[in-house]
Design a binder for this molecule. Structure first.
Ligand code: NAL
Length: 326
């Protein structure tokens, strides 16, 4: 796979394609970041961006993981001490998941966001940005409750971080796109450079195939799940054998194969007794999706296989969490 393909596979959006093509010409030593509000347990949403970081490392890039403690504080995720503690747990789970420690830098937001120069730049950005613009940038991250001033400062700080962490590429879930668009618009006002962004897809809700899988509502899969939890959740997942003709519903089982399993394994084996046709082996996602659609692969077999591979992916992080908590 060439660098451009590694950088962009499974990305839902690339801003701009031309800038990312330039980056792919010579990715060695270039820096990409993802930021996360610290939380104690990683879920599949975090792991989707982590998969992209692993792709970027494979392409030779360095990755910077911002443990966004000040952002989590602004977004009312706990006391500062609680947030820092969960950040440490988060870091341990990322490493257990398979990020290459030699090419990964973990940075706390509070290491640089409370400095004088940063603060003055932040105030400069506040002067350049209307409240309406900041609030729109934040809508998908913050949700519906009435915005506080902290929610307006949040995307401005995220904008500045792209400059302060000296990055060549911004990575995030599709829910971060409006902040990244704000950053592209506003960084030049401070005479800072615009950087390209890559956005990973948002996986649909597991049981309905609608909307998005969220950590706060519905069913989500996390580093805490036991093998039995995973089997139960995946078995209950929505998995229509054929595509929704209207195109409104996703198949979350296929999405998990596409975004989580295939990027991390060279081949996927569906174990089946001889009387049901014997094992099936897939090297590519498209072949598995086609077999599900044609009926060659039964949804129950697809689900069983998905649970097995997800279990393998989260097992090291689950183990790490147990160690931390004991
Ligand atoms: C991501 C977040 C916070 C600050 C950032 C700064 C730079 C790059 C990425 C960042 C967290 C993210 C979330 N907004 O919703 O989890």
């Amino acid at each position: 796979m060439d660098s451009y393909e590694l950088l962009t596979r499974n990305a839902e959006e690339v801003v701009t394609d031309e800038e990312v093509r330039d980056l792919a010409e010579d990715p060695a030593g270039k820096r990409a970041y993802v930021g996360y509000e610290p939380s104690g347990v990683l879920h599949l949403g975090h792991l989707l961006t982590a998969n992209k970081l692993i792709d970027l490392q494979d392409a030779g890039m360095e990755v910077v993981i911002l443990l966004a403690d000040v952002h989590a504080y602004l977004n009312e995720k706990g006391t500062f001490e609680e947030i820092r503690e969960t950040a440490e747990q988060m870091k341990a789970q990322f490493l257990a998941y398979g990020l290459d420690e030699d090419n990964a830098e973990f940075v706390y937001g509070s290491e640089f966001q409370l400095e004088e120069e940063y603060t003055l730049d932040l105030h400069h950005l506040e002067r350049e940005t209307t409240m309406n613009r900041a609030q729109r940038a934040m809508a998908e991250i913050q949700g519906d409750e009435t915005a506080k001033v902290s929610h307006l400062v949040y995307p401005l700080m995220q904008t500045l971080d792209i400059e302060y962490l000296d990055l060549d590429l911004a990575v995030g879930g599709l829910d971060q796109r409006k902040v990244h668009m704000l950053a592209r618009e506003k960084l030049p006002d401070l005479e800072y450079e615009v950087r390209p962004a890559l956005h990973t897809p948002i996986v649909a809700d597991l049981t309905s195939g609608e909307g998005k899988m969220s950590s706060s509502e519905g069913i989500t899969i996390s580093m805490e799940d036991s093998t039995a939890d995973l089997e139960e959740k995946v078995n209950a997942a929505f998995c229509p054998p054929t595509r929704d003709p209207e195109g409104d519903l996703e198949n979350p089982v296929l999405e998990l194969f596409e975004y989580h399993v295939f990027p991390r394994f060279d081949e996927i084996v569906v174990e089946r007794p001889e009387k049901y046709g014997g094992d099936l082996t897939y090297e590519e996602y498209e072949a598995l999706a086609a077999d599900l659609e044609s009926g060659e692969l039964h949804p129950a077999d697809a689900k069983g296989t998905l649970a097995t591979y997800l279990d393998e992916l989260i097992a090291p992080g689950r183990e790490k969490l147990r160690e931390i908590r004991d």
